[in-house]
Design a protein around this ligand. Sequence first.
Ligand code: GDP
Length: 297
Amino acid sequence: MFESLSERLGGVFDRLTKQGALSADDVKTALREVRVALLEADVSLPVARQFIKAVEGKATGAAVTKSVTPGQQVVKIVHDELIEMLRGEGEADALKIDNPPAALLMVGLQGSGKTTTTAKLAKRLKDRNGKRVLMASLDIYRPAAMEQLAILGTQIGVDTLPIVKGESAVQIAKRAKQQATLGGYDVYMLDTAGRLHIDEVLMGEVQQVRDAVAPRETLLVVDGLTGQVAVDVAQEFEDKVGISGVVLTRMDGDGRGGAALSMRAVTGKPIRFVGLGEKMDALETFEAERIAGRILG
Ligand code: GDP
């Protein structure tokens, strides 16, 4: 499969004699390999360039300690920089669900794993944080999606808002808010409708819902395997709706997770969670170290 960055750089530096510090030429040679590794890991080209620039300054002239090879030294500098770029806020800050009931708006394209993630997160809030959670599907276009959320709700022991035919997404959102207030829930999660592609109708609807409930958090769910598409989707949602964080799904797959870096660099929003499978407990807090290790291979 992929050659790890350490292996690549080991090869490059074998040819170089040991010097006390990394010369500008050594660094340039090494960073060419880093660039290939980033692109192979699905990091977008502009972000890879930006990253390389940041590392170049730090690596040139860096002292090479006796215990490591120049290759290892560059890997360490690259690794530290990756973590710095990837790091968002921790979980404690991730979901601000004080002052109940707090609305949590889940947005994203169809098939990104939005409904699954809504249920996973609801379960987590219930089990780990002891919150009373109400979930509601706003997908008026796909009755099956509404039913799917209800089924997941039953499975994980989280209430869902009863389905009423003929309501608009905003009407459902308002009913969820009312129900959450009357029923003493801490959080109500709104699983918005997804589309295959971003369109004006979808964005207009999400904006209306946002304005109706003033969500505490707006989480964008994106498929971590889709690389540049995921980044474009994130940018679009950030511009049109405003997001507070990102959930990257399908990180259990073969992808190297480069989308995480691009996403962070382009939107500036923290990645809060990663989806690691179809099961209801396959959701983890995002950890920069893990993804950095994965990107570097
Ligand atoms: P939605 O259309 O965005 O609501 O997507 P769904 O939640 O229905 O998910 C689509 C498919 O992706 C389902 O089969 C899910 O089980 C699957 N899925 C969701 N999240 C993950 C994940 O993190 N890893 C894997 N392997 N599958 C996932």
